[in-house]
Write a protein that binds this ligand. Sequence first.
Ligand SMILES: [Zn+2]
Length: 225
Amino acid sequence: MVRGYRTISFEAATLLACFPPLDILGERDARFYDRIRALRQSGGSASYHAFGALRRQEHRRALTTWCARLLGDWYAHEPVVSAILPAFEAWMRRKRRVTFRLTQVLTGHGCFGEYLCKIGRETTAVCHHCGADQDTAQHMLEACPAWTAERQVLVQEIQRNFSLRSVMSAMLRRESAWEAVVSFCETVMVQKEIAERSRERTDPARRRQPTGRPPGLKAPLPGAE
Ligand SMILES: [Zn+2]
């Protein structure tokens, strides 16, 4: 459904996976059951067609409930959640896969200096590829000069608006934009992961303690996705 670091919020993870919280799904199924029972008790026939229509109605209602909850929640301000919510319905209908590295870029929880510093894997948030003070997902996506060549295809698809909301909107409008973003994330994140492992090998102080639990999900080897 979705693969990412376990530090991602519940709200972001379920939204990325298009999987509503279980209490909402439970209420959906209970309402569906009650409506079918009421239909039968009133003498109506629960045909296959009526069954499907009721099911779809209740599912739409559940999604509306979920969206309203997210909008009213503190997590609505989380970048990935606020980027998806304006296109909530299109997001729920998406056919394309959310890859591990796309999830890293959308959530910022991944091989970025700022995040690695926050979880104690780096001593500084600096970008090792260009020297910028803060290596974040947005820096990688929009500004880091190390990825100018890789960014060219992306620019053609999403123009020059690299806000997460704009990128998300373009991805949901055109499959070619979705593919361009996924491809950019794969190409760049693989290089960042290789560089991070190389730094880890050459600096023993940065290696994880064998007795400690790593704070994030270990990234797969390049090409393992
Ligand atoms: Zn940089």
